[in-house]
Design a protein around this ligand. Structure first.
Ligand SMILES: [Zn+2]
Length: 185
């Protein structure tokens, strides 16, 4: 059996091992060693260090994977957010809010209410002065506005709610990924 001489990488003690051996234990410091054949020369590496390097690489890979998962989640959310947009005044796109939904609906409904009162007053006065009865439909437009305001309010409100839920889900997922990242450190 061919024997080679090398040194322990941990304590420096001389070591004789079989030429084909891949691992050895140092007789002096008991370090577990991996034997590396580089060309015609041999060297030893303490196995714990090897394990540490492997662990670190695994950790780095996990970290890169996790942060790319976060990036992916972020860009997916950027896209998804667009589908939650509502078209507001002047055709401006914005994300729906519950307060905005209520405020917008109230504004339209109040306008409708004023219209109804005003129109009722005018057509009332008009009919007393002999205006054709067809004008009595004007106050009804105000009612349409009120109904539309309430309807719009509910619509935007429910969209705001589903946006909030989606946003919460996104944040939870992101937090979970970030936490996994921390645990791997
Ligand atoms: Zn040793």
């Amino acid at each position: 059996m061919k024997v080679i001489s090398l040194n322990c990488n941990h304590c420096g003690a001389p070591l004789d091992v079989p030429a084909k051996a891949r691992f050895a234990t140092c007789g002096f410091c008991q370090a577990k060693l991996a034997i590396e054949h580089v060309g015609n020369s041999y060297s030893t590496t303490v196995l714990d260090e090897l394990k540490e390097t492997t662990d670190r690489i695994a950790r780095d890979v996990a970290e890169i994977k996790s942060s790319s998962e976060i990036k992916e989640l972020d860009s997916r959310w950027q896209q998804e957010r667009l589908s939650h947009m509502v078209t507001g005044k002047h055709g401006r796109q914005s994300l729906p809010t519950k307060t905005g939904a209520v405020a917008g609906g109230v504004m339209v409904a109040v306008f409708g209410l004023f219209w109804t009162i005003m129109a009722a007053g005018i057509t009332g006065a008009g009919s007393r002065m002999g205006a054709p009865g067809v004008f009595s439909i004007f106050p009804l437009f105000g009612i349409v506005f009120i109904v539309f305001g309430v309807f719009m309010s509910f619509q935007v409100y429910s969209r705001a709610e589903s946006y909030e839920q989606a946003n919460q889900k996104y944040l939870d997922e992101r937090r979970k990924l970030a936490r996994e990242n921390v645990h791997r450190d």
